[in-house]
Design a binder for this molecule. Structure first.
Ligand code: PEP
Ligand code: MG
Length: 905
């Protein structure tokens, strides 16, 4: 026997677990136990722990741990006792389901086997006992179908095709119209398919005369099914999903073995999935789908047209009433919106699963705000419940309301947001197109877990089949991707990679541009203009509460008045990084080229004068948009040759001109330019003449920028406005760089403000984005009013990873081989965070008043915001669209610490 308990029973008057045990029993097992504890109708069963799954994997090769088979048999015996039936019995057989269930919900990613325990003898017993021959044969054919696919790895299409053919032969549309004899015939067909298609060498224990015989021994069925569920923890889609959701690979899945109840026993039976509130928009109403005379998988598979749960009381009044009661009990107990699976067997309701329901961001906000109003949860809990990454969903584009378009097709509004892209018909095509940088919409009849990589790659998902709880809908909502489901007018021809649109005479071909709106369910041929939504209503309420709880400031990274205004609308308390190099592009590139390459002082001065004029205009716009709030302007940072013509293009131009007969004399100026540009090129421009090194090398360039900043600020002050610029020097590594530049900067500020006759104080600080700067931050802080950690360059230089190349080069391998837990340019790495922490401590040690922020991409990453809160930064700065999620993440970090503090007390 194992030292730790491997199996926990539930239901039937003896339950050993509860809802807090999800890391042992998985979410499904823990919640089944909880529902049984609450007295809700749960068919009895037992749960094999997640740790047992890892024991299985830790064996070499993977195998059941010693003693597990005996423990399973003992628990089967207890279950048989509770049910008064025996597995494989030839008079009253017990049938069980075998389901996966990890600590974190991984919908549809792992495997399940239903109706286990049927064989040639027990099917006869089931007929006799139920008096329902069709039901018994239907259950048996379902069992063979699922077991063969999941356990024996047979191609699921073999069985589906056999059913389709049977329906065609009988001239019926639905499988419910097939008779008992038809089902019996399918059983025989399926067994033949198993013998023909499952390789005997892979299942020697099932082979007779070189062919696999569908197992008749029920304990063998059970053990094989449990092992298959263990194995499904590591199938490709489960691994992909875990990587996407950042779920640990070492958690393992639990296996739930549970007495079957049957939704396919006729019209008083049924099955469904539901939510205690509307999972799409959060409205307080029961939400979901059901089918009569069906088993669980039929609802999510989208094979038959489901009915909304609001119609259940009309169809099965008793069960409907009971279900609504259960909904209320669950919401009160879990104090959250729950998602459930249920089966009705001959009028009686059974609960098969519950968990905290997945929801769209919009629904999450509404439910949290409503539950505070209802007195069910506190405002702190409401803030803690919103996933900051999911706020991105609401920051997604929508169709421009002023755009005109013809609706090509309508489907269900399965996941909000709008997207535009080329149509592709397979997940692999979506992945390949996205790798080339193309935007695509994945169009499928219905998605299944094997499509996950394509869904990740696509901008949006469109299906011609399936409801709001179909795979595509659930997964898209979880990913925050727009999805339109069940657009039935689309008739897909997978082979031809095209879809005809009924009633429209349109054929959609691979590569055609379409637009989808997952908020309204609309599909449009061609590109519709998209706009960003605003952050009012429930989002505003949650963010206002967040602002009360957070102590970390949030600013925006913005380089234009429009972006500055957007950041302000989203709640930014200023600009943490205004990158001025973007102001030197377009037509201004020529001016700066004149400055860099101009041979006479006159030409260079003329270029500077022009730049001063346009830069002052830029700052007038930005400071006005952020009136009253700080704007950290970073002086020029990138290597200068980025502003010069491309030498490759220039060379091509020269060769072309030469071939066209241009003389050496005519070509001389171009050749000279090329030589000048070549002379400026560097082997490692990222480590070259950039950042403050430009300011040291070309003092007039920084002086010009400081003059523009000061002039703009003075001008606005004269107009009665309140501009608050801060000047930031990039890429400092030694104190002397900043000290030298600071002196020059202050000289310009004094000169210009005196000329303008305006009193102005402009703080001068630096970015900390090189390891030496972090280590010597105490020295640098003596001449800095503030530090802003540039964690993009700090990550680049701490690791020595090129930030521009890593993602397309070796990072994927590093992640796959777990050399790194995640992309360090997305979520701050522990080592880089230590440099930030050291920089803060050392900076404060010599300059206690120094202001500390971060402006790398990490400032908008929720997990990194937690790290920065822990380090004690004063603010984070991120792209305007990420400002709301940074506000929320900062509040959650502060609240989490308070909660931890009170736990420790
Ligand atoms: C950084 O390095 O983190 C930073 C914000 O600067 P940039 O991305 O412009 O190099
Ligand atoms: Mg940088």
């Amino acid at each position: 026997m194992a030292d730790t308990k491997r199996i926990y029973a539930f239901g039937g008057g003896q339950t050993e677990g509860g809802k807090d045990m999800k890391f042992v029993l998985g979410g499904k097992g823990a919640n089944l136990a909880e529902m049984a504890n609450m007295g809700l109708p749960v068919p009895p069963g037992f749960t094999i722990t997640c740790q047992t799954c890892m024991e299985y994997y830790n064996a070499e090769p993977p195998a059941f741990p010693e003693g597990l088979a005996e423990e399973i048999s003992a628990n089967v015996a207890v279950l048989e006792e509770k049910m008064g039936k025996k597995l494989g019995d030839d008079s009253d057989p017990l049938l069980v389901s075998v389901r996966s269930g990890a600590a974190f919900s991984m919908p549809g990613m792992m495997d399940t086997v239903l109706n286990l325990g049927l064989n040639e003898k027990s099917v006869q017993a089931l007929i006799a006992k139920s008096g329902n021959e069709r039901f018994a044969w239907d259950s048996y054919r379902r069992f063979i179908q699922m077991f063969s696919k999941v356990v024996l790895d047979a191609d699921g299409d073999l069985f589906e095709n056999a059913i389709v053919k049977m329906k065609q032969d009988r001239g019926v549309e639905n499988d419910t119209e097939l008779t008992a004899d038809d089902m019996k015939e399918l059983v025989a067909d399926f067994k033949r398919l198993v013998a023909e298609h499952v390789p005997a060498e892979e299942f020697p224990q099932l082979a007779v005369d070189g062919a696999v015989v569908f197992p008749q021994d029920v304990s063998q069925q059970l053990h094989l099914a449990i092992e298959a569920v263990f194995r499904s923890w590591n199938n490709r889609r489960a691994r992909d999903y875990r990587r996407m959701e950042k779920i640990d690979d070492d958690l393992g899945t639990a296996v739930n073995v549970q007495a079957m109840v049957f939704g396919n026993m006729g019209e008083t039976s049924g099955t469904g999935v539901g939510f205690t509130r509307n999972a799409a928009d959060g409205t307080r109403e029961y939400y979901g789908d059901f089918l009569t005379n069906a088993q669980g998988e039929d609802v999510v598979a989208g094979i038959r047209k489901t009915r909304p749960i609001s119609e259940l009381p009309d169809v099965l009044p008793e069960a409907g009433k009971e279900l609504y009661r259960v909904f209320e009990v669950l919401e009160q107990a879990y104090r959250d919106m729950c998602d459930i699976e249920f089966t009705i067997q001959e009028g009686k309701l059974w609960m098969l699963q519950t968990r905290i329901g997945k929801r769209t961001a919009r629904a999450a906000l509404k439910i949290a705000v409503d539950m505070v109003d209802e007195g069910l949860i506190t405002r702190e809990e409401a803030v803690m419940r919103i996933n900051p990454a999911h706020l991105d969903q609401l920051m997604h584009p929508q169709f421009d309301t002023t755009a005109t378009y013809d609706v090509l097709a309508k489907g269900l509004n399965a996941s909000p947001g709008a997207a535009v892209g080329e149509v592709v018909f397979s997940a692999d095509d979506a992945e390949a197109a996205a790798a080339e940088g193309r935007k695509v919409i994945l169009l499928r009849w219905e998605t299944n877990p094997d499509d996950l990589h394509g869904m990740v790659a696509a901008q949006g998902i469109l299906t011609s089949h399936g409801g709001k709880t179909s795979h595509a809908a659930v997964i898209a909502r979880g990913m925050g991707k727009p999805a339109v489901c069940g657009a039935e007018a689309l008739k897909i021809d997978m082979k031809a990679k095209q879809a005809t649109v009924s009633g429209k005479g349109v054929v959609l071909k691979e590569g055609d541009i379409i637009s989808i709106d997952g908020t309204s369910g609309i599909v449009v041929l061609g590109e519709v203009a998209l706009v960003q939504p605003d952050v009012s209503g429930d989002m505003d309420t949650i963010l206002a509460w967040s602002d009360e709880f957070r102590t970390t400031g949030v600013r925006a990274n913005a380089d234009t008045p429009d972006d500055a205004a957007l950041g302000r609308t989203f709640g930014a308390a200023g600009i943490g990084l205004c990158r001025t190099e973007h102001m030197f592009l377009g037509e201004r590139k020529d001016i700066i080229q004149d400055f860099i390459l101009g041979e006479s002082a006159e030409v260079r001065q003329r270029a500077l004068d022009k730049l001063l004029e346009v830069q002052t205009e830029d700052f007038l716009g930005i400071f006005s948009a952020m009136d009253g709030l700080p704007v950290t302007v970073r002086l020029l940072d990138p290597p200068l040759h980025e502003f010069l013509d491309s030498p490759r293009d220039l060379e091509v131009e020269i060769v072309r001109a030469e071939c066209g007969g241009a003389s050496a004399e005519q070509l001389a100026p171009r050749r000279k330019l090329l030589a000048q540009i070549d002379a400026m090129s560097e082997a490692n421009p990222m480590l070259g003449l950039r950042g403050c090194r430009l300011g040291i090398t070309y003092p007039e360039l920084y002086a010009l920028q400081v003059e523009a900043i000061t002039r703009a600020a003075c001008e606005l002050k004269k107009q009665g406005k309140d501009p608050r610029p801060e000047i930031m020097v990039p890429l400092v590594s030694v104190k002397a760089e900043l000290a030298t530049l600071r002196e020059e900067i202050e000289t310009v500020i004094v000169r210009v403000s005196q000329e303008c006759e305006v009193d102005i104080i402009i703080p001068v600080g630096t970015m900390i984005e090189l390891p030496r700067a972090a280590v010597c931050a105490d020295e640098i802080a003596e001449v800095a009013d503030f530090f802003s950690f540039g964690t993009n360059d700090l990550t680049q230089t701490a690791f020595g990873f090129s930030r521009d190349d890593i993602e397309s080069k070796f990072l994927p391998k590093y992640l796959e081989r777990k050399v790194l837990p995640r992309n360090p340019f997305e979520t701050i790495d522990d080592g880089v965070a230590k440099l930030v922490s050291m920089g803060c401590e050392r900076g404060r040690s010599t300059n206690p008043k120094i202001k500390l922020g971060v402006c790398g991409e990490h400032g908008g990453d929720p997990e990194s915001v937690h790290t920065f809160y822990g380090i004690g930064l004063d603010y984070v700065s991120c792209s305007p669209y990420r400002v709301p999620l940074a506000r929320l993440a900062a509040a959650q970090a502060a609240l989490a610490e308070t909660a931890q503090g009170s736990d420790n007390r």
